[in-house]
Each structure stands twice: as C-alpha cells, then as structure tokens.
Design a protein around this ligand. Structure first.
Ligand code: ADP
Ligand code: MG
Length: 298
C-alpha cells in the first residue's frame, strides 16, 4: 500500500504528516552507478542520502551547499526530471511522477530558444497549454513588463545581456502561472551588480504573485537575503544538515548591510564549514552574536 493510500484511509494522519505543505520530500536518496577506479564492475555513489524537507505554500525556501552536495539532483527530482532511488516526493499531497505545468523551472545558464524572440520564448508554455493567440499576447506582455523588459519583445536571445536573458527565463517560467517555481542557481552567470538587481526583482515578483519558490544557490548571501528559510546541505553524502529560519523583516531592501544580516550569514557559514561535525554545527543565535559583538543581545 502506498503512503497516499494509507493517508486516504486515515485522514487524521494525513494532517499530521503533511501539515498542508505544498511540497514534501520524504526520505529521499539518490544513488548513481559510476565507473570504479579499481574494478570493472560499477560502484554505487550516494549523491543524496535521507533528505527530508517540507515547503509551505507561498514560502521562499533556499537551498545552499557546496558544489557537488546534490542541490541540482534534489531540485531535478522535485521538478520530476529525475527519479529518486528511494523515498517519495509530493506536491499538494500527490506523488510527483514526472514534470508538469504546476512547477515552473529556471535552470542555470538561460536555456532560451535561440530561434524565438523574447515574446515567443515567454509564450512557449502558453502555447503548450493551448491558449489562443490574442490571450497569449496579453499574458506575455504582462510578464515581460513585470521583469522589466518592455521594449525588448522582438529581440532574439543573442541580442540580450546575460541578466536580460535570465529575466526572459523567469518571465517564461512565470507566464503559464505555475504554483511552484524551481530555480537552480539562476543568477550564477551574471555579474554581482545585476545579480542584486535580479534578487530584488525576484522578491518583488514573489510578493506580487505569491508563488512557492525553491531556489538553489551556493552563495550564502543570496540564500539568506531571499529566504524565509534556508536549507543547509552538506556533502559526502549530500544531505540537509539543518534548516535555518530567516527572521529578517521584509521588504529586504538595504538589509544586506545590517548587523542582523551579518549574524545570520555567519551562522549559515559556520553550519557549512562544520558540516560534518555534529557538535560544532549546533550553534545558537547567542553564540553567533557573542562571536561578532559580545555586547549584543538577540
Ligand atoms: P550540486 O548541484 O550541489 O553541485 P549535483 O546534484 O549536480 O551537485 O551532483 C551531486 C553529486 O552527484 C556530485 O558528486 C555529482 O558528481 C554526482 N552526479 C550528478 N549527476 C550524476 C550522474 N548522472 N552520474 C553520476 N554522478 C552524478
Ligand atoms: Mg548544481
């Protein structure tokens, strides 16, 4: 009997298990068969081990961790683009069995269609949904405006800067109105200044559209700045070590230079550095405050 069938038989248990979460990741592991250096037979490589995660509806969750800790592998499974070796994933209490239009995906490195203009890139998902031409034009125009690309509708991707291409990718993912947005290091390839602009814009769009966002990054600053909660992943094996509540007020404009931002940033950084040391990883807010400024009370 599947977990869902069990839940259906016992609704009280369903409430306890899912807490109305939008996305549930339950005991997920992913094993790759890789070439062995010593033997002919392939070896098992555990990329992700026992990951548990619940993402609330409307939440902005970031996942931060070093390169190779399994961030993309995890996101691909939530997107339904890759299959886990064990465990289960749910969206709205239903098993995730493949990609669907309820989850919009923005991957690293743009992946726009080079033969389509900005407008036709943004309309792609709408075409798949079978929305008629005039309505498509209205919707795409709205999202092009939302990401600040009004006037660039007829340009091709090669005529745009990196930051602009990334905005098109975001508009394309938003245009067909998915409830969930999955973003894998979407700003990694743009310069630092543009990156901050895009982060501000993404927060504005999130507040306006009330999507649930799971955003993968290896930048601690970015993870803390954007999130309601940061899931800290560590490597060998890739797992979620701790989830940190980000209690910084919103809107977050100007918060990067505040002491509170510095403390939380430091806490996440310590968790990452001491990833495989359980004792050291147990840092309290008070420990962090004392380290940075002994007189500060949290
Ligand atoms: P991240 O996104 O955190 O940098 P990935 O999810 O891309 O990490 O990869 C996690 C680990 O799994 C890495 O060690 C990577 O080499 C390995 N890996 C990812 N995809 C494959 C694959 N198709 N075959 C074998 N190993 C893989
Ligand atoms: Mg990755």
């Amino acid at each position: 009997m599947s977990v869902l069938q069990k839940e259906a038989k016992n609704p009280a248990r369903k409430e306890n298990t899912f807490d109305d979460a939008k996305i549930v990741v339950q005991n997920i592991s992913r094993v790759f068969h890789v070439r062995s250096t010593n033997t002919i037979a392939p070896e098992d490589f555990v990329a992700i081990k026992d990951v548990n995660l619940k993402v609330r509806k409307g939440e902005f969750l970031t996942i931060v961790g070093p390169s190779g800790c399994g961030k993309s592998t995890l996101l691909d499974m939530i997107a339904g683009l890759a299959k886990q070796s064990s465990g289960e994933l749910y969206i709205d209490g239903k098993l995730i069995t493949g990609p669907a239009l309820d989850r919009g995906i923005v991957l690293q490195g743009y992946a726009l269609f080079p033969w389509r203009t900005v407008r036709r890139n943004v309309e792609f998902g709408l075409e798949i949904k079978g929305i008629r031409k005039s309505e498509r034009a209205d919707i795409s125009q709205n999202f092009i405006k939302l990401v600040g690309l009004k006037g660039f509708e007829d340009r091709y991707p090669y005529e745009l800067s990196g930051g602009m291409k990334q905005r098109v990718a975001i508009a394309r993912a938003l245009a067909y109105d998915p409830e969930v947005l999955l973003m894998d290091e979407p700003f990694a390839a743009v310069d630092a200044q543009t990156r901050e602009v895009l982060q501000d814009e993404l927060l504005r769009i999130w507040e306006e559209t009330q999507k649930t966002i799971i955003f993968v990054t290896h930048s601690i600053d970015e993870a803390v700045f954007l999130a309601d909660r940061v899931a800290v992943m560590t490597v060998n094996p890739g797992t979620v070590k701790e989830i940190v509540d980000i209690t910084l007020p919103r809107p977050r404009n100007g918060i990067r230079s505040s002491p509170e931002f510095g403390w939380i940033r430091h806490k996440v950084s310590e968790l990452l550095q001491n990833g495989n040391d359980q004792e050291k990883a147990r840092i309290t807010d008070q420990d962090v405050a004392e380290k940075i400024s002994p007189s500060v009370e949290l």
